[in-house]
Design a protein around this ligand. Sequence first.
Ligand SMILES: Nc1ncnc2c1ncn2[C@@H]1O[C@H](COP(=O)(O)OP(=O)(O)O)[C@@H](O)[C@H]1O
Ligand SMILES: [Mg+2]
Length: 267
Amino acid sequence: MLHVESLRLEFGGVVALRDVTFTVEKDEFFAILGPNGAGKTSLFNCLSGLVRPAGSIKVDGTELIGRKPHEIADLGIARTFQNLGLFGSMTVAENILVGSHLQIRGGALSAAFRWPATFSSERRARARADELMELMGLREYRDLVVETLPYGIRKRVEIAKAVASGPQLLLLDEPVAGMNHEETEAFVDFVLELKQRLGLTIVMIEHDVAMVMRIADRILALDFGETIGLGTPDQIQRNERVIAAYLGTVDGSQTPALLSMEEATSE
Ligand SMILES: Nc1ncnc2c1ncn2[C@@H]1O[C@H](COP(=O)(O)OP(=O)(O)O)[C@@H](O)[C@H]1O
Ligand SMILES: [Mg+2]
């Protein structure tokens, strides 16, 4: 579904992404792992048209590089942001309606809910927002102002807003950052169920290694803008560059999480 090839992004002298290549299959739960500054958010910014990298990003054969963010959204790609992308002074329902006002196509949501074709687009949008709030356990928060809600709930609203446009591909940027253990567990169950209900393909950025290992089908590990591992959780767990960069050195001694690539590869 998603083909990223030889992606390169620079800011002035800083190389944020260097020759990054990977593919995400339809229905996959794909994770991007890496310490702060690894280039994870930059990669999402490339995918959603906020920056213009060199290389190629194709979704179902369509090149994304050079397209505007709204064109990319129309192609069925939605994302959340590391720092909540919500309108804090609006209610939960209003935020979700904003998300759904992106054009609705015959995507995952219509298939999941089968609204009557006679619904006006506004009624469809409201019906969809209500269904989503039901599905996402947000009904009791419907008319509450977002900035008054606990963080875990706000994160859920942000995802509801993102999927309200009926995307095929959902990009989540560190969705559990700032959540405690219970919130994280609940969130994982929630995302897995949502993925199944809506037939979503998910790419999730995360640096909680244990969580990623548990739920991802495949993982791309980045460090300093470069791919240091790509494979199943098992393969990533046994990958020496990943071990050196994040999990301590191969011989068991501890290494700093932000070990430089030179050090990590010069053993
Ligand atoms: N808009 C920008 N201008 C300049 N440098 C940036 C910009 N965005 C990101 N960078 C740099 O690119 C690198 C990767 O950042 P980022 O993609 O945010 O990493 P991550 O999300 O993995 O923490 C960092 O060195 C960061 O400082
Ligand atoms: Mg980031």
